[in-house]
Design a protein around this ligand. Structure first.
Ligand code: MV4
Length: 450
């Protein structure tokens, strides 16, 4: 087992990794930027080391600084968390070349899944259904039009180097495609330094459902239920739940089998998430695979009574998968992402937390690095807490979450707590009869609750 893990991340996920490492008896090193001097991850790790200025590209994205920190502190493994360098194959490769274990899949798998167009083709080979679309990168308009005409509109242009909804554009007609194509290419070039686009049929009224996979280095793979992730705004998830109100036992078996087949086909190792779109008829299609721990991993942890981060660390150290094969999820689990943002504009609302009370009690979990008196830096994303509720039934989990959100107090900054309360009271949400267009309809109906 490792003796010291460097956590190449910040805030709640850095704390989450530190907690798991402590339980395993492993020492931790926190890296922090100049704007994170008073952040909890820097305070609670066994050692800390400053890796540069607040701006992420100068600190949490600076590979040389992070590797120097690992060498100085003699860490034998690096946990990248999510975001930042978590899905950078070059970083994973350099870690391995320096004799430091990257806690995640091999660089080759990160690279394969990072190209969303190649990942699609690989899944096709594994006989996992993919959304109808182009077999390759589409570089020119005439070809794009030909493919779109054959599939029928609407279509969606996606950046091969993108993912998570970044660099997507919808076209509903040949003239819209004409308008969007070059813009999408330019955007992809600017955002990812790679203009490559692929095309898919745009599926309306679908659900975004993802499957958690855990795989060890010995070829053992287990798929751990679905997470319903259709409640998103601008491709940022707001609420996730399991089981999905839409997924019955038959569909679940098929989704789990597809994710397991996919993972086995590529020789997957570590934690991974396979994202699917599921249409009204229960037909499902692979969208993309994420080779990191997800923000919403606690939903699966509470449903199965597992610690996925401990599992991930043990797998990276070469241990055999220790999750029993027939493990079943229990009850219903919901997560609300609490963001420091202006409810009217959704703009980040950095500042000092003057007063803070988090909820508790049976079935409530809060993953957060926030504390009273903490000044939230403006350099990073606005996630400040994940509130997770677990109960025997969906309606009870919703009630528990409502009570938990009502009993949360965050003073000094603006948050999306009122938005969560409004969604939890929405009839479409309560029925469980929602899809990826939910937030659009919700905001058109209610405006933005404050
Ligand atoms: C789609 C789609 C419909 N058709 N692709 C968003 C996240 C990224 N992983 C892919 N996403 C989507 N891809 C096709 N071919 C719908 C989504 C999508 C979505 C779209 C609009 C508004 C909200 C959404 C929420 C989840 C997924």
């Amino acid at each position: 087992m490792f003796s010291k893990i460097l956590v190449a991340n910040r805030a709640e996920i850095a704390l989450r990794v530190i907690r798991a490492a402590r339980e395993l008896g492993i020492k931790t090193v926190a890296v922090y930027s100049e704007s994170d001097k008073t952040s909890l991850h820097a305070v609670l790790a066994d050692e800390k080391i400053c890796i540069g200025p607040g701006r992420a590209s100068d600190s949490y994205l600076n590979i040389a600084n992070i590797l120097s920190a690992a060498e100085i502190t003699q860490a034998d493994a690096i946990h990248p968390g999510y975001g930042f360098l978590a899905e950078n194959p070059r970083f994973a490769e350099i870690c391995e070349a320096s004799g430091i274990t990257f806690i995640g899949p091999p660089a080759s798998i990160i690279k394969l899944m990072g190209n969303k167009s190649e990942a699609r083709q690989e899944m096709k080979k594994a006989k996992v259904p993919i959304i109808p679309g182009s077999d390759m990168i589409v570089d020119a308009m005439p070809e794009a039009k030909k493919i779109a005409k054959k599939m029928g509109y609407p279509i969606i242009l996606k950046a091969a180097a993108g993912g998570g909804g970044r660099g997507m554009r919808i076209a509903r007609s040949p003239s819209q495609l004409e308008e969007q194509f070059t813009m999408a290419q330019n955007e992809a070039k600017a955002a990812f330094n790679d203009a490559s686009l692929y095309i898919e049929k745009y599926l309306l009224n679908a659900r975004h459902i993802e499957i958690q996979v855990v795989a060890d280095k010995k070829g053992n793979v287990i798929a751990l239920g679905e997470r319903e992730c259709s409640i998103q705004r601008k491709h940022q998830k707001l609420i996730e739940e399991t089981p999905s109100p839409f997924v019955d036992e038959r569909l679940r078996r098929k989704l789990l089998k597809a994710a397991e087949d996919a993972a086995k086909h590529v020789g997957y190792e570590s934690l991974g998430t396979f994202e699917f779109l599921v249409d009204e008829k229960g037909r499902f299609y692979f969208m993309e695979a994420n080779t990191r721990v997800q923000v919403e991993h606690p939903v699966t942890e509470e449903a199965y009574g597992l610690d996925l981060i401990k599992e991930q660390i043990k797998i990276a150290a070469g241990e055999k998968l220790s999750i029993p094969d027939g493990l079943r999820m229990r009850g219903h689990t919901i997560e609300c992402r609490v963001n420091a943002e202006d409810p009217a504009t959704f703009a980040p609302s950095p500042g000092t937390i003057d007063f803070l009370v988090f909820p508790g009690g049976p079935g409530i979990r809060v993953d957060s690095a926030a504390y009273q008196g903490w000044r939230i830096p403006s350099d990073y994303d606005s996630l400040i807490a994940k509130v997770v509720a677990h109960a025997p039934k969906r309606h009870l989990a919703i009630k528990k979450m409502q009570a938990a959100i009502e009993m949360t107090a965050i003073v000094g900054i603006k948050t999306n707590l009122p938005l969560h309360l409004a969604i939890l009271a929405d009839s479409e949400f309560l029925n469980g009869d929602y899809d990826t267009q939910f937030m659009e309809r919700f905001l058109a109906k209610n405006g933005s609750p404050q």
